[in-house]
Design a protein around this ligand. Structure first.
Ligand code: COA
Length: 275
C-alpha cells in the first residue's frame, strides 16, 4: 500500500505512532476532502479511527472517502456548508449515527483569498469569518452532546497570519484570531466534561490551496529560504501533530494552539538576518 499520508513515498517506512493509536475512535473532519483536512483524515484512519469527512462540495469528498475505505476503516462522507448551523446539526447527527458516536472533531473547513483590506467588501470579509470562525463554532456546538458522552477531543485548524500583520489577509487573520479565542475558551468551559480543545497553526504548507493562492512562484522560494528549517511544511507534518494532539499522549494538553511551521513566523519579522 502506498503511504498513508499524501506525499509519502512508496517504501517510506516512517511511522512515528503505533498503527493502533486511535483504534475504536470515531472522527469527524470538516474540510476533510482536500488539503490538510484530507491529510489529517487519512492519518486518523491509518491509525485505526473510523472517519467521516464533510465539505461544501460533494465532488471533493468521494475520492477521499474511497481512499479512507482502502485503509480498512468505516468511512463516511456528507456534504454540508459549515456556515449553515441547521445543516451542521443534521450532518453531525448523521455522523454520530453512522459511526456510533463521535470521539474526535477536526475543524478543518476554511476559506481564503488574497485581498487588501481597502478592496475587501463586507461580504468578502463575512464569507471568510462565516466559514472559519462561525463554522468552527457551529460544529463544536452541534458535536458537544456526543463529545460529552465520549469525553472527546476537538482540534481547530488555525494559522500564524494574525501573530503579526499579514497584508491582504485581514479577513483570515480576524477569523483565525477568533478561532484561537474559541479554542482557549472552550478548553476552559468544556474541560470539566473531559473534553480537550486544542488547535494547530500550520505555516505555509506544500500542496495546499492556501499556498497555491498565497505563495505563487518566487514568493514560495523565498518562504522556503527564510524558514529556519529551509523548507515549507507538508501535510504530513500537520497530520503528525494532529495525531499527537488527538491521542492519549496529549491527555493533559488543553487550550493550546500548536504552531507547526518550522519556526517561520518567529523569523518572519526580521529586517536583517535574511540568508
Ligand atoms: N478578492 C476579493 N473578494 C473576493 C474574492 C477575491 N479573490 N473572492 C471572493 N471574494 C468576495 C466576493 O466578491 C463576495 O463579496 P461581494 O458579494 O461583495 O462581491 C464574497 O467574497 C463571497 O464570495 P463568493 O464567491 O460568493 O463566496 P463563496 O462562499 O462561494 O466562496 C470563498 C468562499 C470566498 C472563501 C472562496 O474563496 C472559496 O470558496 N475558496 C475555496 C476554499 C479555500 O479558499 N481554501 C483555502 C483555505 S486556506
Amino acid at each position: 500500500m502506498a503511504g498513508y499520508y499524501p506525499g509519502m513515498q512508496d517504501g517510506d517506512n516512517r511511522r512515528p505512532f503505533t498503527p493502533g493509536l486511535l483504534r475504536g475512535r470515531a472522527a469527524l473532519v470538516t474540510g476533510g476532502g482536500t488539503g490538510i483536512g484530507r491529510g489529517i483524515a487519512l492519518a486518523l484512519a491509518a491509525h485505526g479511527a473510523a472517519v467521516a469527512i464533510t465539505s461544501r462540495s460533494a465532488d471533493h469528498l468521494e475520492p477521499t472517502r474511497r481512499e479512507l475505505d482502502l485503509l480498512g476503516v468505516r468511512a463516511l462522507a456528507f456534504a454540508a456548508d459549515v456556515r449553515d448551523a441547521a445543516a451542521v446539526e443534521a450532518m453531525v447527527a448523521s455522523v454520530a449515527e453512522g459511526l456510533g458516536g463521535i470521539d474526535i472533531v477536526i475543524n478543518g473547513a476554511a476559506g481564503n483569498f488574497v485581498c487588501r483590506a481597502e478592496d475587501l467588501s463586507p461580504n468578502g470579509f463575512g464569507a471568510v469569518v462565516d466559514i472559519d470562525l462561525k463554522g468552527t463554532f457551529h460544529v463544536c456546538r452541534a458535536a458537544l452532546p456526543h463529545l460529552k458522552r465520549s469525553r472527546g477531543v476537538i482540534l481547530n485548524l488555525s494559522a500564524t497570519l494574525h501573530y503579526l500583520g499579514t497584508a491582504a489577509q485581514l479577513h483570515v487573520s480576524a477569523a483565525k484570531a477568533g478561532v484561537d479565542a474559541l479554542t482557549r475558551t472552550l478548553a476552559v468551559e468544556w474541560g470539566p466534561y473531559g473534553i480537550r480543545v486544542n488547535g494547530i497553526a500550520p505555516g505555509p504548507t506544500e500542496d495546499t490551496e492556501g499556498v497555491r493562492r498565497l505563495l505563487a512562484g518566487e514568493k514560495r522560494e523565498r518562504a522556503r529560504r527564510l524558514n529556519p528549517l529551509r523548507r515549507l511544511g507538508t501535510v504530513e507534518d500537520v497530520a503528525a501533530a494532529a495525531l499527537f494532539l488527538c491521542s492519549e499522549a496529549a491527555a493533559f494538553i488543553n487550550g493550546v494552539t500548536l504552531v507547526v511551521d518550522g519556526g517561520q513566523w518567529l523569523a518572519s519579522h526580521r529586517v536583517s538576518g535574511e540568508p
